[in-house]
Design a protein. Sequence first.
Length: 394
Amino acid sequence: MGISYFLPRTDLLLGAGVLSKLGGETVKIGNAALIVTGKSSMKRLGFLDKTVESLEKAGVSAAVFSGVEPNPTIQNVKDGAELCIEKKCDVVVALGGGSVMDASKAIAIAAGCGEAESIWDFVTGKRQLTEKILPIVVVTSTSGSGSHVTPCLVITNRAANKKAVLSSEFIFPRKSIYDVEIAKHMPQKVTAESGFDVLTHAMEAFTNKQSNPVSDALCLRAVELVADNLEKAFNNGEDLDARTAMAVADTLAGFAISTAVVNAIHPIANTLSGFFPEIAHGQALATLSQAVMKHNIENGSGELVKKYAQIAQALGEKVSGEMGKEDAMLSVKAVGELREKLGLEKGLAELKVPKEKFSEIVDTAMEISGETIKYNPIDVYNKDILVKFFEESQ
Ligand code: NDP
Ligand code: MN
């Protein structure tokens, strides 16, 4: 059996207080930083000031672009890239969650080629990415999207209702600073949503057509860490051990999706958020996950079914020695229970997604994320099946 595996091209520092090392790391690759951040949390909590301070102390100048929205838009990217070009920045520093990191990656691409409005052409494949991209440094504030170690960005074109992924080896952050003192401040809702994202990355990469023995080991450990720590972090945000364990899980799952990618849950959830940007990524995943898992188990056999049974076991379910379909189905039950505990039990009706929209969402998912859907272990690149997932997720 052959294995394709490449190590992420990212230097990672993870722990309490590592934000102070940002300047020293950044000065190795740039002198003028554009700090990209979200709406208010990082300023309010004092981390924006600490970021500027660390950079300036190391001799790196800092301009600030704020206001990146959850489910970040191509408008956010254009505005940020314009400032980046105007200020002649030579490195982009993200300070925030997956949305900010993804927007920063996109800004680094657009500013790197000197065309602030270019990002959608890269996403749609009209233009090919090259090394002409500014180096990216990320300071992660959620646990998480995995974006701090992945070669991907996810961006929304509001006018077209499309949320799409761009992947390239050139998008790996060069430096990744994961200070759990920042993640500690996530409100419960963000802890739940981003934590569920970690779980979905691990479960999808583990069962994917692209899965391999290296990523499998990362995935199983990530699922165990989520099982042991997400509820703790949710119930007591100050629990630094649980926060650190979730940061590790986020990182392992991020490594895993970098080679083993995701299957059908992510592309349909992303498309859903493209139509309804107010639905957070983690909530969209939670709502749609069980229908896809159930379908994969019902139509799967052998190794795949065993893998879902291993997920059940890693989530703390008592499985029999057989590791057959009954055991595998316990993973669906465990995910349902976790959703309840984390306040992510909402179905599509409660999220105000009308049934009449299902068909259009599925058409769009098949159009813009067909490649990814095809990595699902069972063939679900079929309109009826994908619509069924939405019907079962009400
Ligand atoms: P977001 O980055 O969307 O952040 C959600 C909210 O949390 C924001 O309102 C933000 O507020 C707030 N927030 C973030 N950190 C903190 C903190 N420490 N304390 C208090 N508030 C905080 O959340 P996620 O990290 O879950 O990112 C989701 C995005 O990542 C999606 O767009 C998804 O598609 C993408 N993603 C990317 C992947 C990749 O490989 N590139 C993989 C999977 C998902 P404020 O704006 O005020 O800062
Ligand atoms: Mn995700």
